[in-house]
Write a protein that binds this ligand. Structure first.
Ligand SMILES: *[C@@H]1O[C@H](CO)[C@@H](O)[C@H](O)[C@H]1NC(C)=O
Ligand SMILES: *[C@@H]1O[C@H](CO)[C@@H](O)[C@H](O)[C@H]1NC(C)=O
Ligand SMILES: *[C@@H]1O[C@H](CO)[C@@H](O)[C@H](O)[C@H]1NC(C)=O
Ligand SMILES: *[C@@H]1O[C@H](CO)[C@@H](O)[C@H](O)[C@H]1NC(C)=O
Ligand SMILES: *[C@@H]1O[C@H](CO)[C@@H](O)[C@H](O)[C@H]1NC(C)=O
Ligand SMILES: *[C@@H]1O[C@H](CO)[C@@H](O)[C@H](O)[C@H]1NC(C)=O
Ligand SMILES: *[C@@H]1O[C@H](CO)[C@@H](O)[C@H](O)[C@H]1NC(C)=O
Length: 809
């Protein structure tokens, strides 16, 4: 791993740093409030459970179904403003009746769970209304509830669940409402039905026939106009698998919008209802059987409607796969094939399904069956479960997340700068992070970033993507958050822009900015597949951006006292990068230098460890220097402030400008270095307490002379290793007795006047038995103890004990 440009540099890779995980690690993470991803919020103290979202066609107005309210918000600007707010709450009596039935008062409100456009002037909403569902018409302009002339409320049964925690689905087509929900208080009567029909287009529902639905959880529904079909997605008990107790299966069901029910048989019932299993599994693997969410991705322009894809998030019923989430994609063409195929037959006596091949008087699920004979309708009534299962595209999983449970998603096709179409999935984790994943040609997925959108796990939540405005809306009980699909300007250099592999962003070589691709006129630097910086950037921009350690003059000078632990911080620019430390003309002996999980380099300051250190990160074969330090022993001990040479931040501006500002999750001070007291309380240092750290270095450019970032979960063992290394360093150090004498003189001169007594007190009691050498002795009995204790180890800590020549303030 020698650096090609600098053969004289002795390079030691001190292990792969950080918790680098290949696969689905988001490259960058933005917690709530991170400046690199500023989000727009809507929340208010009286509007809770803002979880049902509906966006106007132009994407400028967002309607929210909340608890006891329906709102209309102006989302056309960065700040979200309220246009209208409709109070739709149950009366005191309704609430009282509800709680008398044994329901929790908090669940007795009206939780709006259906919100759909009916036509250009009206919307339709349904809510749980204190466990007694109701619906209402809403006028868009002016935004108001419509009371029916009779004053009677609209019945909500079969359109909206009673229980606000029960999932349902609803979609409106041609002014009619198609719903999947339970139609009774106990939650035992699931139904897929159509409402608001006019004339001969009567309202339809499922017949009470056995097996049409088996304790389903409704997930979503989708209208495919060219097929004139509504598809319902849900999971239910798979009775056809009678060998497993309560085996959950995921389903797609369909009905035709033209259906008007049979004339005698199946009167006011669906004649076109069929269902099939969605089998999210790769070959030789047990299926991910529990559907969590599913969205429709229309086909690219100019391609067949059969290329419509349905992306679903699936979990598993079995403990072997708990905690895992996978995404499967299903193609409309495959779904149509399955519904055109054979159907299983239900034996009414035994309740068993059999794939008995038989003569087919009709094709179940075909639109137009309502005119068919009673004979045929009796046949379709019995044959509604497709024999084949719908397999995912290419019979494989689109994405597998071993540690994140995804709850909801949105999908979009994005045209990259090379005119290739990429599918981007926005996946909401149970813990409140939105993952932006791009699906690559080789079948892998790359997670460009994760953005935290709520803080507490939410029982009910929703995700809505506005393709026209490039925004994702996330609704939860914490409010509604608007997240732009990208923030290209976060990436401050060509290399960062290309390494991000964000299909929305490319490097504009003309204006030298990372920008949204649709705004770039000329050739743009972007490589979604490989993130090849060499090709996209280096050949096109100034040579300063080339990889390689910066020259000596770019280094940050650190003056340290003898015998302290020096800690050099390396900023983390990407969770997918590996970083390592190099020493210019220094051999980074792993016995002397230790790298921590946070990529910092730790060593004892001695004459031998003076020199230049660079932190080099590598991502996609692209190397860049993230920090350079020049470590020198303090030669004028009375000096209180350290002259700092040109800061690395500045020197690296051309390559890593974007990385060093507003870094969200990484240590707050990216290029900080700290020197710790060797004699600090050992047990205190392993505890995650920043307060016990002592800064020994002045940095002109780091705000507030930061302490070490708190290290969580550090182990004792690690500290012991450090201490052992320190011992080794001590011993090396001892060998030159002349140096010892020099240091003694030096120590006598180093007592500064302004050191606080507090610090003295903190350090004092530890000096004798807790010095690193003392510990080292215990952990390494083979060391020359007498020498270590008597000379170097007692001497060195004392020299630096209780006073910190370089500590600012
Ligand atoms: C995008 O990132 C830049 C740089 O971190 C930041 O200044 C800006 O506020 C961000 N914009 C948004 C909309 O998050
Ligand atoms: C609304 O959200 C903002 C940003 O998260 C938060 O600071 C504020 O406290 C919230 N207000 C309410 C009433 O929840
Ligand atoms: C939303 O706000 C913008 C700017 O304040 C305004 O121009 C626009 O008309 C508003 N839209 C609606 C639907 O109120
Ligand atoms: C929209 O639907 C409502 C309710 O059915 C009806 O009163 C209204 O006339 C319809 N408007 C249009 C433009 O069709
Ligand atoms: C409504 O929000 C509260 C938190 O404000 C939460 O505890 C509750 O579970 C939510 N209820 C529903 C039905 O989403
Ligand atoms: C089917 O029924 C519809 C409505 O009942 C009727 O208009 C149509 O003519 C019928 N088609 C055939 C082929 O019978
Ligand atoms: C060292 O740390 C331990 C644990 O925090 C504490 O109990 C002990 O008092 C400390 N000793 C000194 C001298 O600060």
């Amino acid at each position: 791993m020698e650096h090609p440009g600098l053969p004289s540099v002795i390079v030691v890779v001190l292990g792969l740093l950080g918790n680098f995980v290949e696969g689905l690690t988001p490259r960058v993470s933005f917690p709530i409030g991170a400046p690199g991803r500023s989000l727009s919020h809507f929340n208010s103290s009286d509007v809770r459970n803002t979880t049902t979202l509906l966006l106007s066609d132009d994407g400028d107005t967002l309607y929210i179904g909340a608890r006891d309210f329906i709102l209309s918000l102006n989302v056309s600007q960065k700040d979200i403003t309220v246009i209208g707010k409709l109070d739709w709450s149950p009366s005191e009596k309704d609430m009282y009746d509800c709680s008398m039935k044994g329901k929790k008062k908090a669940d007795c409100h009206n939780f709006v769970r259906v919100l759909q456009f009916l036509n250009s002037t009206h919307m339709y909403a349904c809510g749980t209304f204190a466990f007694s569902p109701r619906c209402t018409y809403i006028k868009s302009e002016p935004f108001s509830l419509v009371t029916s002339p009779t004053g009677k409320p609209e019945e909500g049964r079969g359109r909206c669940p009673y229980d606000p925690y029960q999932r349902n689905s609803a979609i409106s087509v041609d002014g009619e409402l198609y719903t999947g929900t339970v139609a009774d208080y106990m939650g035992n009567r699931p139904v897929i039905s159509r409402h608001l029909g006019e004339g001969s287009h009567v309202d339809l529902k499922l017949d009470d026939t056995v097996g049409w639905l088996e304790d389903p959880t409704f997930i979503s529904s989708s209208f495919v106009p060219s097929e004139e079909k509504i598809y319902f997605f849900f999971s239910e008990v798979g009775r056809e698998y009678d060998f497993v107790e309560k085996f959950t299966v995921s389903r797609i069901a369909q009905v035709c919008t033209s259906d008007i029910g049979g004339q005698r048989t199946l009167q006011k019932r669906w004649t076109t209802f069929t269902k099939a299993q969605l089998l999210c599994k790769s070959d030789n693997e047990i299926p991910y059987n529990v559907l969590q969410d599913i969205v429709t991705l229309p086909p690219p322009d100019g391609t067949s409607v059969d290329d419509t894809l349905f992306f679903g998030i699936f979990g598993s019923q079995w403990s072997v796969n708990t905690g895992k989430s996978v995404v499967c994609a299903f193609r409309l063409g495959d779904i149509k094939d399955v519904f055109r195929g054979h159907y299983k037959v239900l034996n009414r006596d035994t309740g068993r399904w059999s794939p008995r091949p038989q003569e087919r008087p009709a094709n179940p699920g075909e639109c137009g069956l309502h005119n068919a004979s009673d004979n045929i309708l009796r046949f379709v009534k019995e044959n509604f479960l497709a024999e084949e299962s719908v397999r995912p595209v290419e019979r494989r999983l689109t994405l597998v997340s071993p540690d994140q449970r995804y709850a909801l998603m949105a999908a979009q096709r994005v045209t990259a700068s090379n005119h290739k179409l990429y599918t981007v999935l926005f996946l909401l984790t149970e813990t409140g992070y939105l993952h932006k994943a791009v699906l690559l040609d080789d079948g892998d997925a790359h997670i460009v970033e994760e953005i935290q959108v709520f803080e507490q796990p939410q029982p009910i939540k929703s995700v809505l993507l506005s393709v026209s405005k490039g925004e994702v809306f996330v609704g939860s009980s914490e409010g509604v958050v608007k997240v732009p699909v990208s923030n290209c300007s976060y990436y401050g250099s060509c290399s960062e822009c290309v390494l991000a592999r964000d299909p929305y962003c490319a490097w504009d070589h003309t204006h030298k900015v990372c920008a949204a691709i649709d705004g770039i006129q000329d050739v743009a630097g972007q490589d979604v597949e490989g993130g090849n910086v060499q090709r996209e950037c280096v050949s096109a921009i100034m040579p300063r951006s080339r990889p390689g350690p910066a020259k000596g003059n770019a280094a940050k000078l650190l003056l340290v006292s003898l015998g302290k632990v020096v800690r050099l911080q390396c900023p983390e620019v990407s969770r997918l990068a590996r970083s390592r430390w190099e020493g210019l003309d220094l051999y980074l002996d792993p016995n002397v230098y230790q790298t921590q999980d946070d990529n910092s380099l730790n060593f004892l300051s001695t004459a031998a460890t003076q020199g230049q250190y660079s932190c080099i990160s590598t991502e996609n074969n692209f190397q860049q220097t993230l920090a350079v330090y020049q470590v020198k022993l303090e030669s004028h001990p009375t000096q209180q402030t350290t002259p700092t040479s040109e800061a690395p931040t500045k020197a690296l501006a051309s390559t890593t400008r974007g990385n060093l500002r507003g870094r969200p999750t990484f240590p707050p001070a990216p290029t900080s270095a700290t020197v710790r007291q060797v004699s600090a309380n050992f047990t205190r240092r392993v505890a995650p307490s920043a307060g016990s750290e002592e800064t020994g270095v002045t940095e002109a450019d780091s705000p507030g002379g930061e302490a070490l970032p708190v290290e969580q979960g550090k182990t004792y063992l690690k500290e012991l290793v450090v201490v052992s290394m320190l011992l080794a360093a001590c011993v090396t150090f001892l060998i030159t007795i002349g140096l010892y004498n020099a240091r003694q003189r030096f120590r006598n001169k180093t007592v500064p006047q302004d050191v606080s007594q507090e610090r003295d007190a903190e350090q004092e009691p530890l000096r004798d038995d807790q010095s690193p050498c003392g510990n080292g002795k215990r952990s390494d009995p083979t060391a020359p103890n007498g020498q270590a204790n008597g000379v170097a180890c007692n001497g060195t800590p004392k020299a630096s004990n209780g006073h910190l020549p370089n500590t600012p303030t």
